[in-house]
Design a protein around this ligand. Sequence first.
Ligand SMILES: Cc1cc2nc3c(=O)[nH]c(=O)nc-3n(C[C@H](O)[C@H](O)[C@H](O)COP(=O)(O)O)c2cc1C
Length: 329
Amino acid sequence: MLQLINGLKRYLRQTIELRREYRNDYREYKRWNYNNPGVHSKNSFEAKILRQAHILEKGMALNRPRERFGVDKANSLIDFIEQYEAFGYEIDKSAAVLNAIGVLNAYLAFHRERGYRPEGLLHRFERLQQYLPALSGSYGSQTVTLDELQTKLRGTFPDFFLSRHSVRQFSAQKITGPEIRQAVKLAMGAPSACNRQSCKVYFYPEAETNRRIGKLIAGNSGFDPETTNYLVITSDLSAFYNAFERNQVYVDGGIFTMALVEALHYCGIASCILQNGESRKKNAEFKKICGNIPDNEKIILFIAVGHYPDTVTFAASRRKFPDDVFIIG
Ligand SMILES: Cc1cc2nc3c(=O)[nH]c(=O)nc-3n(C[C@H](O)[C@H](O)[C@H](O)COP(=O)(O)O)c2cc1C
């Protein structure tokens, strides 16, 4: 009896603790997400700018970009840069803003080559051109041949690691279960919390299932039609306990996904991680389409997979400065 009462007390304490932690998560996210008009940190502006620039670079890395795509997005990007400056942040101190200027320049060149001149945008960009001489390397998109890529795959660790890019162009050759299995086996070398290995990879060979999954995914516009297979990465909620482990499905899911993406790269399979829009309704629909993912498994991400075409163009997705990321003291 005493044991039962103590068990109930423990369960009650844990439930209260869980509610408190989720309430705090809610408050923190509400306070700091960048849609909150009260958030003016340099990082938040940079995040907005990086995301907006990425929309343009993604457009240039598609097999069939929409004609005259992105003028409104490019104008919003300049709005964001102007807001960044209005808060006293300096352009030449920000890799994110310099990247955006490089992307805008590449974007305008992309349209120029196709005989299109968005006059208003060109006019607004004039002032930002003063920063172009400070830029070096590729901005916007980059192209490699399959031969070049294969040499890098078997090169040094930096060659291998830095030759992986999110790919949004695939050849018509279908990917098979055994090919993915080989990569999954390697990815299982990923660390996980107390070695609980909560993640799973779901692969659906049937075209119709992939078509329906693809239709529901938010971030695949422009390359959904040529994606034949989506992997679904899940992590098992029932592998964890207590309030302090409440985010562990995402941590383990993220680490496992990174290992899988590297393993796919090693196996010569092109991939692009795709965000799972975290709405209850959508997740229920995904599970209905897949048909074999139990309730206790959380869908963490999707990965578009396929074979490389002979020449592939990908978004350059330039990174911040190392000193933005590595902080001493
Ligand atoms: C959590 C996560 C979600 C992502 N979601 C999408 C997405 O919805 N659509 C997309 O095209 N790319 C998506 N990506 C790919 C990123 O855009 C890409 O990783 C980033 O631009 C860096 O480029 P790289 O992967 O080529 O190095 C996602 C990546 C991560 C890690």
